[in-house]
Design a protein. Sequence first.
Length: 564
Amino acid sequence: MKRWVAGLTAATLLGGALAVGVAAQPGVTLAPGLSIAGLEVGGLTTEAARTALAAQAAAPQVQVRAGTNVWTVGAERLGWRADLEGSLRQAQEATAARSLLQKVQALVGQAPRQNIPLAVKVDATQAARTLGTLTAGLNTQPKNAAVFFDKATKKYAVRPDTPGRQADVKGAAATYAANPALTALAVPVKEWAATYTAAALQAHIERGNALNRPFTVTLDGTDRAAALTALQVANLYWVRESGIVPDEETLKRAFGTLTAAIDRPAQNARYVLQGGKLVKAKEKAGRVTNRAAAYALFRKQVLDPAVKTAVFPSKVEQPTLTLADLPAADQLELIAVGKSTYYGSSVARRTNVANAAAKINGAVVPAGEVFSFLNALGGITPQNGFVGGLIISGGRTVDGLGGGVCQVSTTVFRALYQAGLPVIERNQHSYRVGYYEPQVGFEAAVYDPGLDLKLKNDTAAPILVKTINNNATSTLEVQVWGVKPARTVNVSAATITSRIGHPAPRYVVNVNLRPGTVRQVDWAADGYSLYITRTIKQGGAIRTDQVKTVYKPWQAVYETGPRS
């Protein structure tokens, strides 16, 4: 609703913006000595006075201030309107109210002087609209404080909050409407606090930093211990506005890493080489983490800043394959063989191939149980004898721990797949790898943790995995021994269904190289979609399955020294 207010004094200049109201009575001659806002109208008719007032109309200038911002605007933009008809009515009323004496004085040229203020109306809605346009840039929403992890200090810190601002244009418009004579108008700017201020988050930050400490675990009943660094612990939770929020997935992965390091799993009965012959080795009980109870303890204590060590409850683990279950070594038959070559491998890669092959050699898989490559390997860690080498990670070939282990997992896969064992888990590499040629697609990638190779022993007896590594000829052979099942297995060559050319090479500046130096760190490879078919004939029945692979197209990457 529009609000009209009257009352500008005579000192105010005449308004050029005219308000529409009830017209003054026509034909009236105004009394001598009368003026409206300083303009002499005495002796004029109402019509003549109206014309004179309209000719001199000029809206005043108003200085608007909001904070440190100042604007000068014409009053008409703030809804200011001169009410000529209202002013003329007041002049007519003053004329009619003259006493007999005043009339006589007027006849002899002694009429009393009387100035009538100019009536003014203000449209408060328009005033608010104009003030809103002027101050729009001042209005801001509050910005919450934000917690972040400072990599330089390795501590949690906070980015400060910023209060919000809002110009009170309705209040300023109401003030102006109540006093149209104002030539200076202040627009109040209100502030309001952010929902989360730096002060409010400080307690969470302090707790987050208190949690950021090394954490050690031991296994009850053993001398086994493992630890997380302060940075690894800091990765187990978020510091948020609501407080400390555990990262459940990261907690589980960290727990798995710790238990893998401290557990002493049971050892099944197995075959070992003695004097060049395979002989039986007795099984051994182990001691491992009581996982359900230990995880609850770990989750509680690693998120308690007062606790720096924890003792995981343990349990005895019994082997699943005893000496009595193993067939005599001379009863074993060669079931299948897998082969691969690793010409051109670095010293580090050769070290990891030899170490992984030695760890896998002699692994025994009971009938009906699943072979896990990572379990048989014992983990890809420095403590387990692995060194740095090239691995595929994050879309590139980069230096990483255990490069070359996939040479062994690929060769094991070829042997077990050729033996006809059902595949439980098999993962491919991101792109085609030259080491596994010419049997393209016939490979298996592993990564600890997360990517494993698993196949089920569906034969009627335990199987033995035997590795033969020849570093001199860069060849690896994996043999599968057991009681040979009455079946034949045929694995086809790869059928390629599509091929995508590799992208153009990419060049990356490495400030650690000399100017002008160019070094290739990744090699181009085309993308492929393909599949390998396995056909198994047993007892008159024929069944087939497939291993499908989709390789990404891969670009060559070159590192260059900075320009001189």
